[in-house]
Design a protein around this ligand. Structure first.
Ligand SMILES: [Zn+2]
Length: 313
């Protein structure tokens, strides 16, 4: 009897799993519906700077290591030091989820090769912005080229290539914001990779000199870029500032989702007067919906596909 029941149970489970898989078909339908897009004209000139720091372990968010970033928590911010990574804790799946708003089971990136991705079905938030705003200028400046090569190069107006150090990334972003070179950007994604490299080489820990020093240098870059945004705000521009990481780390890697130092990472949003859902337990897929809402774009296609939800109140 026991065995028979078990068999029925497993048959049922198998049926449920099969049925779940049919969700894929349902999700594909998101692309074929007649879609409704609305634009909030009051938000037409909103702008966003997204800073991505690869491998930012949450307990290194300390006033003595990241004095500037830490000081932002005294401003009007949403801060989550338990921001959740994908269960697949590589960089590829996590940056993909941050940029597309869907989990890795949908966008299909489960390692750093980006092979087998479904970005045609689940494009980045930049794709939706570019498709709906005629004059928007978008840019992606990254140290880790695969993000641009596999995902963003087809979605943004400007994408960097072969930018092999964080210093170059910083200088380029700085120049773009200060001197409108090559254009006056509205939405910019900037990615720094050297903290992750320091973690892999020396250890992901605030006790490790090289990890700490790299983070302090990034804190300096963040401070500089933020100051430019502050000047633009003073001149009347409405900027949302976002800082996010793909994963934490422990020892020399970041493969184990069950390790809280790996699966918990840093998310910080800052704006002079927006209200945030302060109790929200955020994950990577919440960034893209937040960006589209701040930019005033409501797309029924994106809403049909997305896994996350906006952090704005
Ligand atoms: Zn890594």
């Amino acid at each position: 009897m026991q065995v028979k029941h078990k068999r029925i149970y497993f048959t049922l489970l198998f049926y449920l799993l099969l049925n779940n898989c049919s969700k894929d078909i349902y999700i594909d339908e998101c692309s074929t519906y007649d879609h409704l897009t609305t634009i909030d004209t009051l938000k037409l000139n909103n702008k966003i700077l997204i800073l991505g720091i690869d491998g930012f372990r949450s307990d290194a968010f300390q006033p003595n290591i990241t004095p500037f970033i830490h000081s932002l928590s005294n401003k009007n911010t949403f801060l989550n030091l338990m921001h959740k990574t994908e269960e697949d804790t590589y960089s590829g799946p996590n940056w993909s989820s941050i940029l597309t708003g869907v989990n890795f089971q949908k966008h299909g990136v489960d390692d750093n090769t980006f092979n087998g991705n479904f970005f045609k079905t689940y494009p980045s938030f930049f794709y939706y912005l570019e498709r709906n705003f005629q004059n928007i200028n978008t840019a992606s400046i990254v140290n880790w080229d695969p993000i641009n090569e596999n995902l963003l190069s087809s979605d943004v107006d400007f994408f960097s290539e072969n930018m092999s150090t964080d210093s170059l990334v910083f200088q380029f972003a700085n120049d773009m914001l200060l001197n409108e070179n090559p254009f006056n950007a509205d939405v910019i994604f900037v990615h720094f990779d050297e903290l992750d490299a320091a973690g892999h080489a020396y250890g992901f820990s605030k006790e490790i000199f090289q990890y700490r020093e790299t983070l302090s240098t990034l804190d300096y870059y963040v401070n500089n870029l933020y100051n430019i945004i502050q000047n633009k705000r003073a001149a009347g521009e409405n900027w949302l500032f976002i800082l996010v990481s793909d994963h934490g780390g422990d020892g020399f890697g970041h493969g184990d989702y069950n390790n809280p130092h790996i699966r918990n990472t840093v998310l910080l949003l800052e704006h002079p007067n927006m209200s945030f859902k302060q109790d929200k337990k955020t994950n990577q897929t919440d960034i893209a919906p937040t960006i589209l809402e701040f930019m005033g774009l409501s797309s029924s296609e994106f809403d049909c596909k997305k896994d996350g939800s906006s952090i704005l109140k």
